[in-house]
Write a new protein. Structure first.
Lengths: 417, 239, 331
């Protein structure tokens, strides 16, 4: 059935991706030091964002700093889930489970059953989530792609139901009075006030550098943003290493990768563990900022929101995941009053994406490259280019971009065995 | 002319599987497409059946352009294909497989199908013994018989046979080709795709040689069988 | 662990499990048929069921059936509600195929993309039900539709009388009329579906597409139509299951589909996905396992038992108890 019609995604290549590829190529042409400066400037801008409170972007009705914190948590989650879904091609519908385990470990260790200092609880939480990732992955990563999705969904629900039912974990009421990270108050920074239309420095509204209080979310945002930057740097290193290439090979064609000597299972497990690790970071940050947690915050819906962030942005591209997370977390906050429509809109968005743009808003560069190849080979097929070049391009490189989606093509193309 | 193929090009993925081929199948004849593995023979048959998309060119069956006709409609129009290899339904019995062949017929009552069953079981007596067995348990040759018999159950005007001799023992090959002649003698036009050029050319009224997606030789079966180039490349000298 | 409790109440846990299990089995048929034909997990099938539960209540409202309806009138009302539910669910399933699947299948999209589309469709369907009040008021129809769109996010109960009468005792457990109705109609419906697949021409077409779609179209089988019919039958069975569920449980909600859906999927996998008889076996086994598990660990762990069972099956016997495949079922 799949062979009777061939896809023509190239024809649907939208303005967004062409804009992106021209932007991308321009960025790659700029010298390294300029690229570095640009990134530093961007990071600085992100740090200053809650103080600047720029109009239009800033959220009316909700504390802008709190919204930025939520957004950065989603970014963390999306980058972590992108390792699992985007790089390794494993559809995980229970990612919220790791997020919950991270949050609950901090809660249990600092407040519910012990009084560990926060700084000590964080690494403990990360170790616990990573172990849980391995424990879940070890038996389950052997099952087929779509079965894995259902198994992970089951895992997420088991975690949530266990939280609800287990008195030791505070049952439905959850855990409260989770302590803040240690503060080091040095000086106060004023925010800007745009209420008159021009920016004025408002000394009555200040943030203490750096004091983690219940009232001011800005320091939490700074902490989360720092973690986002660290995770992104680590993600870049791993993606460009041998590990990243092994993931790519595994995702494209598991059997072929195995034949080339890639221990695919071990790499899938690594992706699961690293993904769980990042999810754990996000979960413990969430618990720390909230100071109380209960199972309500860890439903399947949250898992789906996480997943839609990754799919929306473009699986396999870390910046795509970042943008997807910003869209998923920020837009509903910016346009409050529409929250009740949020899930409906996400549902529609997922369907539209799957149908019209399965590669996401920012597809990874490889997909873009594959698309260009496809266009070239199409041009060749209708005889617009030099036919002598055909052998060079029409062979192994001209592939269908749909095949870049996670799951080795063999598995989905010949389901009948 | 029952089937006219004109300037047909078809892509397989992004590779051009066949390029600008044209050929004719006259009513009542046996026409064969021969060529090496990957020359585009099977793709040609699948395109005539509507399983592959035409990129350029046309297929005209009985005066009607098939461009906009779906695969299942083509079966109703009298084009029936026995697919290559094990193209049978492994979980159905032999009888059910044969009944599937009559899927598009208006009258599928046992009485209406009885003469066709008789015809098929006379051509392939082996199937009569296996009629209640799941087709998946049959040998390769028997499965091939099921596939051909099933195609006949549709009472086709044009029978497309994709490599009916593939993987069969020499004795069985002889038998299959004799049956093909018999089917043709009963009035069905046959378009036969074969790697076994010697057998195919001996029976064909018209023959076309496909090489990497293009028709490079055509003529009557005996003309091609006598062509030195064909002899060298496809007949191994022993006709 | 409450071994003594399980021991003392074995019959009631077992039979209660069978009743639930037959509802699971009916829903599981929808998963299993779509999987058999398309090799896709129809994630949104749970919402097809959920629409049926609402259709059941609305149909009863429509004909004015309430707690005072008794005897033959009650039976006829329920029968009418079941037909309405089957039509609604069948329609939703057809819509789902048209909107969420066909555009993808035409392009030969990978399975995971189809799963994501189905997840999206599932959210759209359940939220559309949960937001029906808001949607109606946006369209200015709130007054016209009245109670049909009121309190969209809350439970909706069966309007008819739900008192049950014990018909006979089985190992000390009083089997009620509703128990009998649920199990018998579920089994009858499954037998009908099974016969349809085995005996009819359309059923044979479905099996042919499940075994080899390309060869099936060489036989003149219109695969688009076969896929539609598969969704339609699955949807109608889910609709029937919805009415039985409402008889047994008595209330529904916009998000009631999810849990039932996961359980029915578990049942389908347990029996061997793609295998119609497997769905029946899987549903009953799951229902009983869940009932006994709930007795053993406490009712709050009921759902956990089902999820753990799902994971265990996928790990140790992914082809299920009876083995996979719709097509390979012998006639």
């Amino acid at each position: 059935m799949s062979e009777t019609t061939t896809t023509r995604p190239a024809a649907r290549m939208s303005w967004a991706s062409s804009l992106r590829s021209s932007l991308g190529s321009r960025l790659r042409r700029t010298p390294r030091w300029a690229q570095f400066l640009l990134m530093v400037a961007l990071a600085l801008f992100c740090y200053l964002l809650p103080l600047l409170e720029p109009p239009v972007i800033s959220t009316p009705g909700t504390d802008f700093g709190a919204v930025l914190f939520t957004v950065s948590i989603y970014v963390l989650v999306a980058v972590g889930l992108n390792i699992v879904v985007g790089y390794a091609g494993l559809l995980d519908l229970g990612y919220v489970g790791f997020y919950a385990i991270g949050a609950y470990t901090v809660g249990v260790l600092t407040s519910h059953h012990a009084t560990w200092p926060w700084l000590l609880s964080l690494p403990a939480a990360l170790v616990v989530t990573m172990i849980s990732g391995v424990l879940l992955g070890w038996p389950t990563l052997r099952v087929r792609g779509d079965y894995l999705a259902i198994v992970t969904l089951g895992f997420g629900e088991i975690v949530r139901l266990t939280l609800i039912n287990s008195e030791w974990l505070g049952d439905a009421r959850g855990i409260s009075s989770i302590p803040a990270p240690p503060s080091l108050p040095l000086f106060e920074i004023p925010h800007l006030d745009w209420s008159t239309g021009v920016p004025l420095v408002d000394f009555s509204d200040t943030t203490t550098f750096i004091e983690f209080g219940v009232t001011d979310p800005v320091p939490f945002y700074w902490l989360a943003l720092t973690l986002v930057i660290l995770v992104l740097l680590a993600d870049k290193r791993i993606k460009n290493s041998r590990v990243g290439r092994s993931w790519e090979a595994t995702r494209e064609d598991e059997d072929a990768a195995e034949l080339m000597g890639v221990p695919t299972f071990r790499f899938k497990l690594l992706a699961f563990a690293l993904g769980a690790f990042v999810g754990g970071i996000a979960g413990s940050m969430f618990a720390t900022r909230q100071t109380f947690i209960n199972p309500e915050s860890f439903t399947l819906l949250i898992s789906i929101l996480f997943l839609s962030a990754v799919v929306l942005g473009g699986q396999g591209n870390r910046w795509g995941a970042v943008i997807g997370a910003i869209v998923v977390a920020y837009l509903p906050e910016r346009f409050r009053g529409f929250e009740q429509w949020r899930v409906l809109v996400f549902g529609i968005a997922l369907m539209l994406l799957a149908i019209y743009r399965p590669q996401g808003l920012l597809p990874p560069r490889r997909t873009v490259r594959a698309q260009r190849m496809e266009e070239e080979s199409q041009a060749l097929e209708v005889g617009e280019a030099d036919p002598d070049a055909e052998l060079a391009t029409a062979g192994p490189v001209a592939r269908n971009p749909v095949d870049d989606a996670p799951v080795p093509p063999d598995e989905e193309r010949s389901p009948r065995g | 002319m029952l089937l006219e193929v004109r300037d047909l090009s078809v892509n397989y993925g992004h590779i051009e599987a066949i390029r600008d081929i044209s050929f004719d199948v006259p009513e009542g004849s046996v026409v064969t497409l021969i060529g090496a593995n990957g020359a585009g023979k099977s793709t040609t048959l699948k395109t005539i059946s509507g399983l592959r998309k035409v990129r350029t060119g046309s297929i005209v069956y009985d005066g009607q352009d098939l461009a906009k006709v779906s695969a299942d409609r083509r079966v109703q129009m009298g084009i029936s294909q026995a697919p290559e290899g094990r193209g049978i339904f492994p979980g159905m019995t032999v009888r059910e497989n044969l009944e599937m062949g009559a899927y598009v017929r208006r009258n599928r009552s046992a009485a209406a199908l009885a003469p066709d069953f008789e015809r098929v079981l006379t051509l392939f007596p082996r199937l009569a013994e296996r009629i209640k067995q799941p087709a998946g348990n049959l040998s390769g040759g028997e499965q091939q018989m099921v596939a051909i018999g099933r195609a006949l159950m549709a009472q086709p005007r044009l029978l497309l046979l994709d490599e009916p001799s593939m993987g069969l023992a020499p004795k069985l090959i002889q038998q299959i080709f004799r049956i093909i002649e018999e089917i043709n003698a009963q009035g069905t036009t046959v378009l036969l795709v074969e790697q076994n050029a010697a057998q195919a050319l001996r029976r064909a009224h018209l023959a076309y040689l496909l090489e990497t997606g293009e028709i490079v030789r055509s003529g009557t079966g005996s003309e091609l069988a006598g062509d030195p180039a064909v002899r060298a490349a496809y007949l191994g000298g022993d006709v | 662990m409450h071994f003594q409790y399980v021991f003392d109440n074995f019959a009631s846990l077992f039979i209660g499990g069978l009743v639930f299990g037959s509802v699971y089995a009916l829903i599981a048929l929808g998963y299993t048929m779509v999987y058999g034909v398309l090799q896709l997990i129809n994630f949104a099938h749970s919402e097809v069921f959920m629409f049926g539960t609402f259709a059941t209540v609305w149909a009863l409202w429509l004909i004015g059936a309430d707690a005072t309806t008794m005897g033959v009138a009650l039976v006829l009302s329920i029968a009418f509600a079941m037909v309405a539910s089957m039509i609604t669910s069948g329609g939703v399933a057809l819509l789902l195929e048209r909107v969420a699947y066909r555009p993808l299948l035409k392009r030969g999209a990978p399975r995971l993309i189809a799963l994501i589309s189905a997840i999206g469709a599932s959210f759209v369907l359940s939220e559309a039900m949960g937001l029906r009040g808001a949607i109606a008021s946006a369209l200015g129809l709130s007054d016209t539709l009245g109670r049909y769109v009121a309190r969209s996010r809350e439970n909706l109960g069966m309007p008819t009388d739900r008192t049950t009468t014990v018909q006979f005792e089985l190992f000390g457990y009083g089997v009620t009329n509703v128990n009998i109705i649920v199990v018998v109609s579920a089994v009858l419906m499954m037998v009908a579906a099974d016969q349809f697949i085995r005996r009819t021409r359309t059923g044979r077409g479905i099996r042919a597409v499940a075994q080899d779609p390309e060869t099936a179209s060489l036989m003149g089988v219109n695969s688009t139509r076969v896929i539609q019919i598969t969704f339609l039958i699955g949807g109608m069975l889910a609709g029937a299951a919805a009415t039985l569920y409402m008889l047994h449980i008595g209330a529904t909600r916009y998000n009631a589909g999810f849990l039932l859906g996961v359980k029915a999927f578990t049942a389908a996998v347990l029996g061997g996905i793609g295998n119609l008889r497997g769905a029946l076996v899987g549903g009953l086994v799951l229902g009983v396992a869940e009932g006994l598990g709930a007795g053993l660990f406490g009712n709050e762990w009921r759902h956990v038992v089902a999820f753990v069972l799902l994971i265990l099956i996928l790990l140790f016997r992914p082809t299920g108890l009876l083995g996979e495949s719709l097509g390979k079922a012998r006639a």
